[in-house]
Design a protein around this ligand. Structure first.
Ligand code: HEC
Length: 116
């Protein structure tokens, strides 16, 4: 009987300590880094979104391509429903690449959805 208890506590310990992958860590640890919160939010819409894409999107959004006609717009002034259409339209005006547009879209959606 003693042996049984010993074995079962070893099993419990193993289960409690086994890594469950990055996903579990992300949901149990509060996102303190804003980029992390934005990435988690962006992934709810675009599961393939990466930190690199959000970084690239930030650079495009605040860079020359998107600010030469107007200042950087306040993203949270627009709804998550209208942003994809706006970005489509603006990507055409800015003549950015498909990759850049994809990055900007993921970035703005991450910001928008994380701000709720
Ligand atoms: C060639 C000039 C030009 C470039 C480059 C440009 N925009 Fe715009 N943008 C405009 C004009 C003009 C408006 C306002 C009229 C409209 O909605 O078309 C606008 C409006 C916006 C709005 C507000 C939309 C609304 O419905 O009020 C957002 C957000 C925006 N731009 C983001 C971007 C982003 C992101 C980029 C880079 C991918 C970009 N813009 C590049 C000219 C530009």
């Amino acid at each position: 009987m003693k042996k049984f208890f010993f074995l079962s506590s070893v099993v419990v310990l193993l289960i409690a300590c086994s890594p469950k992958g990055g996903k579990t860590t992300a949901t149990t640890t509060p996102a303190v880094n804003p980029m992390e919160a934005q990435l988690a939010a962006a992934k709810t819409k675009y599961p393939d979104a990466t930190t690199d894409q959000l970084k690239k999107g930030t650079i495009v959004y605040y860079g020359e391509a998107c600010t030469r006609c107007h200042g950087a717009k306040e993203i949270t002034n627009f709804s998550a429903e209208e942003l994809p259409g706006i970005i489509d339209n603006m990507a055409r005006k800015a003549k950015i690449s498909v990759e850049e547009k994809d990055a900007v879209l993921k970035y703005v959606m991450g910001v928008r959805l994380a701000s709720k």
